[in-house]
Design a protein around this ligand. Structure first.
Ligand code: RB5
Length: 153
């Protein structure tokens, strides 16, 4: 992935700034969707902004941080076409790309430290979807998503 959207709430703000520095050094282009300070705010806003950018194809993927990564990933997964993973170790980050073709990575600033967060980000960004039998399963997820969508009359 070469271009990503990034979002966090106030709890993830400091870690976001550190990861942005890391991504800049790697030459990854980032659209920063906020938040931009430690002032209390609500994670669904930033999850939505990142998910919309991913679904619109403005970026290759998105990264989200809140306290646990849970609320912000749940929100992102409400958007059709988003496959967000929350993880606190590198194995799931890598396999989520290879097998599940995740397009959003989330983690918690209260769960992982900076160095582990950088490793998780690097694994996720560099891993590629393997397709094949995994494509069939990802397509099945999309089918379920389409079935659950309210039909317009
Ligand atoms: C904010 O206190 C916290 O609830 C939020 O950062 C996140 O962890 C929610 O899932």
């Amino acid at each position: 992935m070469k271009k990503i959207a990034f979002g966090c709430d106030h709890v993830g703000f400091i870690l976001k700034e550190e990861i942005l520095t890391h991504l800049a050094a790697k030459g990854i282009e980032v659209i920063d969707k906020g938040t931009w300070s430690g002032e209390r705010t609500d994670y669904p806003r930033y999850a939505s902004a990142v998910a919309e950018a991913v679904v619109a194809g403005e970026v290759d993927g998105g990264i989200l941080i809140c306290g646990t990564g849970v609320g912000i990933s749940i929100t992102a997964n409400k958007f059709p076409g988003i496959r967000a993973v929350v993880c606190s170790e590198t194995y799931s980050a890598q396999l989520s790309r290879q097998h599940n073709n995740t397009n959003v990575l989330a983690f918690g600033s209260r769960v992982v430290g900076l160095e582990l967060a950088k490793m998780i980000v690097d694994c996720w960004l560099s891993a590629e979807f393997e397709g094949g039998r995994h494509q069939t399963r990802v397509a099945a997820i999309a089918d379920i998503e389409a079935q659950q969508r309210p039909q317009s009359s």
